[in-house]
Design a protein around this ligand. Sequence first.
Ligand code: 6CS
Ligand code: FE
Length: 263
Amino acid sequence: MFDISDYRRDGFVVLDGLFTDDEIRMIQDEADRMLAEDGESRTVETGTEAVRATHGNHRSSAFFDNLIKLPRLLDIAEELLGDQVYVHQFKINAKLGLVGDLWAWHQDYRFWRDEDGMPSPNALTIAVFLDEVHEFNGPLMLVPGSHAGQLIPVKSEQSQDWSTTLSADLKHQIGADALRDALRGREIVAPKGPAGTAIVFHSNILHGSGPNMSPDARRVLLVSYNAVENALKPVKNPRPEFLASRDFEAVSAGPATLLETIG
Ligand code: 6CS
Ligand code: FE
């Protein structure tokens, strides 16, 4: 399916056609149902009613519970993490046309270590394009090789409000000087492609995305798998279960195909 050495070198790989058009249509329908459901696990773009993201939907949607157990996803996660895996976080980022805001440059492991007590960066995310990703609707940008170093220093702050870990005005912001150092001699890539394309990326890779300047939505479904051996340690202020799961039971493979929406 892909060359593991590419993943080890770059910290990510792009998988064309991981899902078929028919499967994407089913995923889009269930994603829209979840994005429309108000609740604590849904965030909106600052100062607007426009939905930004929804989290932990595999815990309430039988359809997404089936999706996270697809062998085509579990095989990748288990191979790259070298262990059985569980779902640390499930989210759908909407990045709606013209209103979808940016995701500042960051490393996921910064959040999963400092907020959730994750011992090591042996975790990854599989991001599935639910819409075509093109130059103007806020493609995910990644810095190949940036996963191999230490965590980039951030401007620390003591906010206990977990919503600042998901907003455009992101907690754990990386300052311009630290960013300049991290980007020196490196390139920035922004994989584009049709719905059904997937990007598998390391928890330590520097990534972000700009605002959506086009009328086309850029919905992306992201499943973050953690190695069972890398289960979260206890922390003083644990984030909600829909953001950082503390059910460390290994996920067993389910059917190889998506089941009809069982909404
Ligand atoms: O805080 C988190 O877990 C989330 N925040 C960002 C900026 N990306 C990773 C993760 O989804
Ligand atoms: Fe991220």
